[in-house]
Ligand binder design. Structure first.
Ligand SMILES: [Zn+2]
Length: 111
């Protein structure tokens, strides 16, 4: 998978915060955050500004840094679940194929 540059990553800050990224892009986005502290730092700031302004208007109490970490963890979990599902789907297809071959062999052998 090709890695995003910091500049490409920056453009995705707002879509990520607003949760409008598709899963593929989100995965690339999170991968970049794994090894780029600078973008993580800038995302925190962007998150604070974007969500913080909304909260100030609503008068809610908040711990935005924790919220962002929670958000990143949640997105990772979602992608992980998605991966597991795709893995399970693949396994199911493999088993189906195996069974077909087996049945074919049994039929061939029994005649
Ligand atoms: Zn970066």
């Amino acid at each position: 998978m090709r890695d995003l540059t910091c500049k490409q990553e920056e453009k995705l800050f707002l879509p990520f915060i607003r949760d409008t990224l598709d899963n593929r892009t989100k995965r690339q986005f999170l991968n970049h955050l794994d090894h780029c502290d600078q973008c993580l730092e800038e995302l925190s700031i962007q998150f604070l500004v974007t969500i913080g302004m909304q909260r100030l208007e609503n008068g809610d109490a908040f711990d935005l840094n924790r919220e962002l970490r929670g958000r990143i963890a949640t997105e990772r979990r979602h992608l992980h679940i998605l991966d597991s599902l795709q893995g399970a789907l693949f396994a199911a297809q493999a088993i189906t194929l195996l069974l077909s071959v087996l049945i074919f062999l049994i039929v061939v052998v029994s005649f």
